[in-house]
Design a protein around this ligand. Structure first.
Ligand code: NAP
Length: 414
């Protein structure tokens, strides 16, 4: 009988690229990084793979990894002598697949859903130039991460027609790094009508990279319980009902993360123009929360404008917290479509009303547009951009392809 060897995804620092700026050592919350006069090194026994050190590194030297049998991890004394990183060693058969063994191909169903959701931006678009490096496909269908539910909170009013939930998943000691704008896959338990395992359901992460609760290894999702199909006929969504019914302590199989394009810019002075409907607010919540934490820490940020469409205030996820954000932090525009006695207002109507300010933002090459939610909104938003640009001396038909090419226009609609 052979014993399987556990593979460690060993975090290393490339001595050829590193400029010895000490940022990583200052950032590491567990003191796993140290240095001598020659090299910066990572202690495999201490590193918790929290990824906090990755984005502050100015050169990317910190983003270096080798898959090693856990009992053969490179010791500090050896790393201190390196002039360059050793090549990845060949791994024996019989090794256990773990978080570091990134599969190269995404599951077909994930490719299909991702392609459909980004069709509106014309296929794969580059991420913003200053986006952090995303990790993708760390956990596959055959070796999902097992998360524990640490919270499931209703975001909608008691008398609202929809049940939208904020669900917090904790990954314990498993490494599951995500960036704002990425999605994760949920594997609902059980079999479908044909007796096959249910396919993956994708949800956008609604929390920032450092966790729903800072420094905790958790993330959140914004999930609406699906009770009808697109034609309004009664239908029970398998993934959404499974998630909405979860109780604290339940275990959930999670795959991913996915997404290399719909990512937020990180450079100083970058502006966010966010347009969403319903639960399409999930990635916007992640991005604004990332920035809110920076703002609370006194960092000066670019502009943020949010256009958010929902049936009514009671159906708008995160309505309460959003209304409490300081005006100088974010310019929020709500549009409600089903408030008795009031005309229907969609996000495209709001964009037109704020045309002068939207055009001012679009004119700035530090502005990044994110559109997420119902597929139907795309056409109306495109028309609104065309009109407000024309009225304010811009040509949307020329600006749009330019923004796409520069990774400044991102669409994710279902
Ligand atoms: P919803 O409550 O049905 O609609 C939200 C608002 O959008 C309503 O005011 C609705 O108005 C309005 N709307 C409808 N058609 C529109 C159009 N053509 N243009 C502009 N606004 C329009 O929304 P939802 O059920 O939450 O749907 C959200 C969508 O986001 C889903 O397709 C979901 O798959 C997607 N999404 C979810 C996530 C996630 O992580 N959960 C992430 C990304 C995307 P009416 O009153 O006229 O219906």
């Amino acid at each position: 009988m052979t014993t399987a060897t556990t593979i460690l995804r060993q975090h290393l620092i490339d001595p050829e690229i590193c400029i010895r700026c000490n940022t990583c050592e200052e950032t590491c919350p567990v003191d796993a990084i140290s240095h001598d006069s020659r090299n910066y090194v990572v202690d495999a026994a201490k590193c918790k793979l929290c990824y906090n050190c990755i984005s502050p590194c100015p050169t990317g030297a910190i983003d270096s990894w080798r898959n090693m049998p856990a009992d053969q991890a490179y010791p500090l004394a050896e790393q201190l002598l390196w002039d360059n990183l050793p090549a990845q060693i060949a791994l024996d058969h019989g090794t256990e697949v773990g978080a570091g063994d990134t599969a190269t191909e995404l599951p077909d169903e994930v490719e299909r859903i991702a392609a459909a959701s980004t069709a509106g931006q014309g296929g794969t678009a580059p991420p913003p130039w200053s986006a952090a490096h995303p990790y993708v496909n760390l956990y596959g269908i055959h070796a999902p991460a097992v998360a524990t539910v640490s919270g499931n909170f209703c975001l909608t009013a008691e008398d609202a027609s929809s049940d939208i939930r904020h669900i917090v998943l904790d990954f314990g000691s498993a490494s599951f790094p995500v960036l704002e704008g990425q999605t994760i896959g949920i594997l609902p338990p059980g079999l479908d009508a044909a007796g096959r395992p249910h396919h993956v359901r994708l949800y956008s992460v609604a929390s920032p990279r450092d966790g729903e609760r800072p420094k905790y290894n958790n993330l959140s999702l914004t999930v609406k319980r699906v009770t009808e199909d697109h034609e309004g006929k009664a239908a029970r969504g398998v993934g959404s009902n499974y998630l909405c019914d979860l109780k604290k302590g339940d275990k959930v199989n999670v795959v991913g993360p996915y997404g290399t394009s719909f990512l937020m810019p990180n450079h100083a002075g970058s502006n966010l123009l966010m347009i969403c409907t319903g639960t399409g607010s999930a990635p916007m919540r992640a991005m604004t929360e990332r920035r809110r934490r920076k703002f609370a820490g006194g960092e000066s940020l670019g502009k943020q404008m949010l256009f958010f469409g929902a049936r009514s205030p009671g159906e708008l996820p995160y309505f309460g917290p959003l209304t409490k954000l300081p005006k100088e932090f974010i310019d929020i525009n709500f549009g409600f479509s089903r408030v008795p006695g009031e005309p229907k207002r969609y996000v495209q109507d709001l964009l037109r009303e704020r045309g002068v300010d939207v055009a001012r933002l679009l004119r700035d090459e530090n502005t990044y547009v994110f559109l997420c939610g119902l597929k139907g909104m795309e056409k109306g938003v495109e028309e609104a951009f065309t009109e407000l640009c024309r009225a304010n001396g811009l040509d949307w038909s020329a600006l749009r392809p330019q923004m796409l090419q520069q990774g400044r226009y991102h669409v994710e609609t279902y």
